[in-house]
Design a binder for this molecule. Structure first.
Ligand SMILES: NCc1[nH]cc(CCC(=O)O)c1CC(=O)O
Length: 311
């Protein structure tokens, strides 16, 4: 048995399509004899884009249909923004590779101001991300943070309609879509710690298929994988849903991995922790930082958030 055609299940948003086409073209280059097809799909999450994420049970809704397609043999792989992938995979599926990371920062986007410092007192900033909201308010408690959902293009249109003084988006998404010129400035990770996995694309596929693994393996980027492993260990250990503002960002310099993470609470409190060590101990470093967050009261913050979201 030999794989001659590989089908990529993908959402149809421009960003998802870019990512799927990126993997398609890299695979096609690596394996000229392989046919690589896209299987575009609409997920439950896409159908209810207007509803706040926290009300619809989270980001998992964007990957479920893709996973169903793979489990039923209608597709072979799914390409994801690692930021949006839940930690747990369904029986029969697993994360195969993580590709080289694009810019992991968040971007300040505005038609009037160059950066956060230039925003006037009480300015209106659009984001639906609790992670972005708590960090914006930490730096600028005077700001008014307003909900902003939809695909990258939709969010930019809402900014252009004059509804916001500025919005915050992932730099990676803007760059991939050729919208880099919309970035007024990039947030330093110290000021706006990115989401776990931000800027990295990963591939999910069925377990127990060595031939498929061999096809995908050349796309694996070791440095990115170790960084994202450390970052995602925070999400996993804290079992934080998307109602919880969590940020985690790892860098690797000369084989030393440095990880910083934070968790936010109902009243904008922030708990943070960091650690560093040998890059090969990425998992252990992630566990150490998670434990420190728990020791500092992260569990209580998360329970408080869950209770307040139920009301
Ligand atoms: N939540 C949607 C989403 N998922 C991944 C990206 C950007 C690309 C990436 O982080 O890999 C975005 C858009 C954004 O947050 O601005």
């Amino acid at each position: 048995m030999s794989i001659s055609t590989l089908r990529i299940a993908t959402r149809q948003s421009p960003l998802a399509m870019w990512q799927a086409e990126y993997v398609q073209s890299r695979l096609q280059q690596l394996h000229p004899d392989l046919t690589v097809e896209l299987v575009p799909m609409t997920t439950q999450g896409d159908k209810i884009l207007g509803t706040p994420l926290t009300k619809i049970g989270g980001k998992g809704l964007f990957v479920k249909e893709l996973e169903q397609a793979m489990l039923e043999g209608r597709a072979d792989i799914a390409v994801h923004s690692m930021k949006d992938v839940p930690y747990q995979f369904p029986e029969g599926l697993e994360l195969k590779v993580i590709c080289e990371r694009e810019d992991p920062t968040d971007a300040f986007v505005s038609n009037k101001y160059h950066n956060l410092d230039e925003l006037p007192c009480g300015a209106n900033v659009g984001t639906s991300s609790l992670r972005r909201k708590i960090q914006l308010l930490k730096a600028r408690p005077d700001l008014k943070i307003t909900d902003l959902r939809g695909n990258v293009g939709t969010r930019l249109s809402k900014l252009d309609d004059g509804n916001y003084d500025a919005i915050v988006l992932a730099s990676a998404g803007l760059k991939r879509l050729g919208l880099e010129e919309r970035i007024r400035s990039q947030f330093e990770p110290e000021l706006m710690l990115p989401a776990p996995g931000q800027g990295a694309v990963g591939i999910e596929a069925r377990t127990n298929d060595p031939e498929l693994d061999a096809i995908l393996q050349p796309l694996q980027d070791e440095t990115t994988s170790l960084r994202v492993l450390a970052e995602r260990t925070i999400t996993k250990t804290l079992q934080a849903s998307c109602q919880v503002p969590v940020a985690a960002f790892a860098t690797i310099d000369n084989d030393t991995l440095s990880l910083r993470a934070l968790v936010g609470g109902v009243d904008q409190q922030i708990i943070e922790a960091s650690a560093e060590g040998s890059a090969k101990d990425a998992l252990a470093i992630g566990q150490k930082v998670s434990q420190e967050l728990l020791d500092l009261g992260a569990r209580e913050l998360i329970q408080e958030l869950a209770a307040s979201a139920d009301h």
